[in-house]
Design a protein around this ligand. Sequence first.
Ligand SMILES: Nc1nc2c(ncn2[C@@H]2O[C@H](COP(=O)(O)OP(=O)(O)O)[C@@H](O)[C@H]2O)c(=O)[nH]1
Ligand SMILES: [Mg+2]
Length: 446
Amino acid sequence: MQDTICAISTPHGTGGIAVIRVSGPEAVSLADKLFAGKRPLREAQSHTMHYGRFADLDDVMAGVFRAPHSFTGEDTVEISCHGSAYIQQEILHLLCTTGCRLARAGEFTERAFLNGRMDLTEAEAVADLIAAESRAAHNLALSHLRGGISHELNILRERLLHFTSLIELELDFADHEELEFADRSQLSLLADELETHISRLLESFKLGNALKNGIPAAIIGPTNAGKSTLLNALAGEERAIVSDEQGTTRDTIEDVVTLGGVQFRFIDTAGLRHTDNRVEQQGIERSLNAARRADVILLVDDASRPSERAKLPAGIDAEGKIIIHVHNKADLLTARPADKTEEPPYSVYIAAKQGETDKLKDLLQSRYSHENNYETVTISNIRHRDALRRALNAIQHVKAGITDNLSGEFMAMDLQDCLQALGEITGQITSQEVLNNIFSRFCIGK
Ligand SMILES: Nc1nc2c(ncn2[C@@H]2O[C@H](COP(=O)(O)OP(=O)(O)O)[C@@H](O)[C@H]2O)c(=O)[nH]1
Ligand SMILES: [Mg+2]
């Protein structure tokens, strides 16, 4: 971390303004060699902006942020220049010939982590915040950035640490078998509490991951029910081909639509029917796969043909999925039966061709807005899920150990495993390999 690093932090290409970030022990002195303002930057106070000329190349604004109160925790200079690709590259080049080196992807945030400005879950949330494409994904990232996960885990970890040290103390006095510092019934209570907590966090992953990446919603049903028409109506554009001819849709078509701040990935599929056509059969197989992977299944049928109701295909497990019976072409009915939107089984009558899909949209929104509650911590990161699974496994071993009256040594090992897993999430325990893995996925300049 002795190097002073630099990178363009704004997107590639030409823009009104571009920002080049310099961070490290020499950030201010190196920038001063190229910057000529009213006064040198080394005399500037932290968190101030200065107008000046950068190496006869451009008139720029230089922001100065001094350690430790900067994003990275190091001295930082942010140069806002005119956003021509030439100026940006030239400034970067000059900084490098003066003594900076190009930053790796995510290196600014990695330094912020290594300097204790944020923990690992918060650093990961920076990447999620930048990638967020919907209000729900944004809110989730923001709550993580503000320490939502760390706060919850740190409390649990502290208490566990206390017990572990008591058990380890017992081991130090192994000659005196009668000594028991760690009250087993209290440890058992804590283990129960941890188990409940960790299980709840693990359960939140499905929702968190769906909110972050978009909720997969498969449109399934017989041919000609109006599935492609529904996709087009939801997307607000002609994505899928609509036709009276059965078996028109053969491949799955996906479109992303944001409803009430939540992103859905609607997947139009081939109609389910018996066919000897090989291509259509493959299309149907894909429909079934899409249904298996989906969190939401829209079972679409033709409202005017009550004898041809869409059913959940055999082999698809409804467990954990939201299934909605969508009766389309309701415009062909003389009277519309009532919808059922309060509890499962859900059903709505719509007319996709007429653009009447509001009842379906409202239902989807309401299903996700009340679950989408940030009072409780929701995890969305696979790394966190995997570590929590290990922590859960370890704590279950601890519980079994208490029940079986196992010796403190075994219990201490399981407790250490649990502490290790929890510590890896927030980064109290970490390896360079893990850090590289996390930060290499960041953009350059962040
Ligand atoms: N009357 C009426 N016809 C519809 C409606 N939605 C779709 N259709 C018609 O039903 C036929 C089949 O539609 P399509 O979307 O290709 O069905 P898919 O095979 O399920 O994808 C087309 O002729 C559509 O115009 C609707 O809401 N009302
Ligand atoms: Mg179709």
